[in-house]
Ligand binder design. Structure first.
Ligand code: SF4
Length: 654
């Protein structure tokens, strides 16, 4: 606790955006321009959305206050305390969709909340965006509401809501918000600030990129142009799951385009208009957001409490935005975009310097990462090709020939960070995309160097990777590489560890009950991972979150890219049947699994104990990979295949 108090020693409360009338008065303000309502605790750090938006608006000269986790169950004093803002209310459910935050994949209520002080659950309502906006609309009907955050972003069109098991209209209908800012909001909010300052009406702002808004359905014919995409109406989608699935494909392709089109969708007496997103940001624009004057600390109102999500990132630094992986179940590219935009070295090193100045910093950076650990500075070589591309993933089903996958800039960045005398170790806590490193072959020199540096200098004992499944059919549905690639990376990881005299673990993540996964696939997953000596710990059931391909398949039963039917485990029993294979070593499952394996014509000795992914001393018999830099590599391996690979590798080194 003493340590937490020290963190605040060099700060005064006015270093944070005001959260109370007293703090606002301390800044000499009598009325705010913007009041932000957030479902999360207020942490003034570039990883927390409300802080980012608050600081961005502040940089435009606006007086911004924040109401974190307002109480919606009392006399609503939190919603009234700042009164009417000069410009608008900003509302976000927080860093996660409030339903994902509150419920497990089995729809059981969670007992904790990582984004709340003390990790306490219940500090925000279900469907927080809807509840907050409705209260504000009732109290201040004439004040515009700008809705943002991931919950709004991924529910902007007609969407499937797993928790009510129903198709819902755009969240704009239920919230009655005036403007929905989707994706990363900085540029939108800067433009909105300019427009509000010059006195534009909300209607005049309807041309802004990357926003959604509603108009009367009766205006459809006057508004629609030939360039627009028109999706099936909400009413048609309710009756026709195939139409809904087809629309998802359109939405996903447009969201991943450099130059997207406007999308219209009718719902009841309303017309949803979603303007195209901004073109990929420049490095300077991303730097600008990260360089704002964050204290990097939770507001002092929480200083005696721990906010678990903050603890995870307090000594970490984000290197880039966006992800071109396009995994079917993931929402990152839907929210942050497919095009990776990397920060400049200068901006990153400046932030690292700030971290080293923190009173509790002991020399260990917990993560130099991003949505994926190793996408820093990777992008299309010829951007004119990218400008015409609509692939949802740059690396599935194969690595695009136009994608520059050179890892040297990242390796050099690691070296620069390591050269800082205040840094003892900089760890990589984000997940590593091994398919980018291997691509069905031995790594090229830049990637081998990256792998070696990563393993020797940047693993805190455990390295996260996400094979997600072992069945290639399921992996295909997930847009993930074949399991053989994981096996190859596992061999390299073990060999490099042994050469460096290290005993580190590879921690693979897996998902059960994903569309296309059957009970038999899960039995195979158990056998495959057991053979590799993994006792799995990072496992989860598939959760159908809004606006993913996997969720669309779960709801509609078809893959909109092939229009073929896909099996998905739906009932609680079907899901538990799949999940239990993760836990084959638990006595309560062994007999049942044994019997089911026999029924399926499979067998395994479940009495054996897997080693939890730890280093296997017998690796020499088990792996084919040899470290070409290690003296023992010369001529020891007689395998024709490996010999060939080695010679390929050497020729690439020349
Ligand atoms: S052309 Fe290739 S690198 Fe560019 S966006 Fe498309 S898939 Fe990605």
């Amino acid at each position: 606790m003493q340590q937490t108090v020290n963190l605040y020693a060099n700060h005064k409360v006015t270093d944070w955006l005001p959260t109370s009338v007293k703090e606002m008065a301390a800044r000499g303000w009598d009325q705010p321009d913007v009041v932000l309502f957030s479902g999360d605790a207020y942490v003034d750090h570039p990883s927390f959305g409300a802080a980012v938006i608050g600081r961005v608006l502040e940089s435009q000269g606006l007086k911004v206050v924040i109401v974190p986790q307002p109480n919606w169950r009392d006399d609503l004093r939190d919603f009234r305390k700042f009164g009417r803002p000069r410009m608008f209310f900003g509302v976000s459910a927080g860093a996660m969709d409030s339903m994902v935050n509150h419920y497990t994949a089995n729809k059981r209520r969670r007992s904790d909340d990582a984004y709340t002080a003390g990790g306490i659950a219940g500090q925000r309502p279900d469907y927080a965006s809807v509840v907050y906006c409705n209260i504000l609309k009732e109290l201040y009907p004439d004040v515009p509401i700008v809705l943002g955050g991931i919950e709004a972003s991924l529910r902007r069109f007609v969407h499937y809501d797993y928790w009510s098991d129903s198709l819902k209209p755009s969240i704009l209908v239920d919230t009655k918000a005036d403007i929905l800012s989707y994706g990363m909001g900085e540029k939108t909010l800067i433009e909105l600030a300019t427009r509000f300052k010059r006195g534009d009406t909300v209607e005049q702002m309807s041309d802004l990129p990357q926003i959604g808004h509603l108009r009367p359905a009766a205006d459809f014919q006057t508004i629609k142009t030939d360039a627009d995409i028109v999706l099936s109406s909400y009413e048609k989608s309710l009756k026709d799951k195939v139409a809904y699935a087809v629309d998802f494909k359109t939405i996903e392709e447009e969201s991943n385009k450099w130059h997207a089109r406007r999308i219209l969708q009718l719902m009841g007496d309303k017309l949803l208009i979603v303007n195209p997103q901004y073109e990929p940001w420049t490095q300077a624009e991303v730097d600008f957001s990260f360089d704002l004057p964050y204290t990097r600390l939770p507001h002092p109102r929480y200083k005696d409490k721990t906010i678990p999500a903050y603890e995870m990132i307090r000594h970490s630094v984000n290197l880039h935005r966006g992800c071109f992986g396009g995994c079917s179940f993931c929402t990152i590219s839907a929210h942050q975009g497919k095009f990776v935009v990397s920060r400049s070295e200068e901006s990153i090193l400046k932030e690292i310097e700030k971290v080293t100045q923190m009173p509790d910093f002991k020399g260990y950076l917990s993560d130099l990462g991003g949505p994926s650990a190793n996408m820093y500075n990777l992008h299309g070589q010829d951007t004119t090709i990218c400008e015409r591309c609509k692939r949802p993933s740059c690396i599935f089903p194969n690595i695009c020939k136009n994608l520059n996958t050179n890892h040297e800039p990242l390796t050099k960045l690691y070296q620069k960070v390591a050269a800082n005398p205040k840094i003892k170790k900089a760890f990589i806590g984000s997940g590593v995309r091994y398919d980018l490193l291997l691509n069905y072959d031995l790594p090229t020199p830049d990637k081998l160097e990256y792998i070696r540096q990563l393993i020797v200098n940047h693993v805190s004992g455990r390295l996260k990777v996400a094979p997600e499944h072992t069945s290639d059919a399921v992996l295909q549905m997930m847009r993930k590489p074949p399991f053989a690639l994981f096996k190859q990376f596992n061999k390299i990881f073990q060999t490099e560890n042994q050469c460096a005299g290290l005993n580190q673990q590879l921690i693979p993540y897996f998902i059960s009950s994903h569309p296309a996964s059957t009970k038999r696939d899960m039995a195979q997953l158990m056998l495959e991972t057991k053979k590799l000596d993994f006792k799995l710990e990072q496992v989860q059931d598939f959760t159908p979150t809004p606006m993913t391909l996997s969720t669309t398949i779960y709801y509609s039963g078809i893959d909109p890219y092939t229009m073929k039917p896909v099996y998905t485990a739906r009932t609680k029993d079907e899901k538990l049947e799949q999940r239990k294979f993760f836990f084959w070593y638990k006595p309560e499952f062994r007999r049942q699994i044994d019997a089911e394996l026999r029924q399926m014509g499979l067998s395994a000795d479940l009495g054996g104990s897997a080693k939890g992914g730890s280093f296997n001393p017998n690796f020499k018999q088990n792996v084919g990979w040899k470290n070409p830099h290690h003296p023992s590599a010369n001529g020891e391996n007689k395998s024709k295949n490996t010999k060939e690979k080695k010679s390929n590798f050497k020729s690439r080194r020349k």
